[in-house]
Design a protein around this ligand. Sequence first.
Ligand SMILES: C[S@@+](CC[C@H](N)C(=O)[O-])C[C@H]1O[C@@H](n2cnc3c(N)ncnc32)[C@H](O)[C@@H]1O
Length: 264
Amino acid sequence: MKPDRHGPILTPADTAANAAAMTAYKSGDPTTINRLYGRAKGKPLRQGQQALVDDLLPQIAMPADGPITAQTLFGEDRPLHFEIGFGGGEHMAFRADMLPDHGFIGAEPFLNGVAQALTHVSGGVLEGKAGAHPPLPNIRIHHGDALEVLRRIPDGALSFVYLLHPDPWPKARHAKRRMMNDGPLDLIAAKLRPGGEFRFGTDHAVYLRHALMVMRRHKQQFEWLIQKPQDFQVRPGGWPETRYEHKARTVYGHEVWYFRYRRR
Ligand SMILES: C[S@@+](CC[C@H](N)C(=O)[O-])C[C@H]1O[C@@H](n2cnc3c(N)ncnc32)[C@H](O)[C@@H]1O
């Protein structure tokens, strides 16, 4: 079976497990919250990854209830960054390493991605490459829906929100599943402080058009930081290429577009 560019290949066992995981999130208004539709699990974790999920993840997971703040997560006030759907966590790890005094929250429902991110956090060996960065004590991880966590963050508490290569749901009838929609954007806008930044990237032309239309509806909240076409055609500094993006460019020959929006 040929891998689908934007959809995983699922075994019958995966499909059954995912059906159970996904249906739990399908109630509610699809234009606002409850948009966890992707796959939850891929190939079995290696022993070391499983150990990180069992031992490290509970230590850096979200508190069971109550507001999620820099104080509750890091014991002090510090700028907070939030990444929606971090995939393998490469971007989050790069930023956290670059900004050790800032706090990072990443949410990802795909367990294998969480395991990779935990390897970053532990400073462990990733894909045969040791020593890419030291352990990263300034990362907290939610294994699940980003919007569940976002809702628990006080308004105006975030300095950065990242949405990189969200699942495209290219069919028009699935457009409401896209993360870039009015409900999630209103939530992101509420959680960002004035002057905070929302970064969005995609390699998917349908998603790009959709996103630009949605962002036009949110001009009151977001100022697009652009002066010339290169500003969205060339990767900005401090915005590393993830494995996903690398594959999009090299294997699929896609262009990638980068957007920075300032919260008004
Ligand atoms: C195409 S991948 C991109 C991964 C990563 N951002 C990157 O650029 O390498 C999209 C990711 O979004 C995650 N995702 C989908 N729905 C989500 C949700 N409601 N909350 C958090 N992550 C979600 C998927 O599990 C998947 O890992």
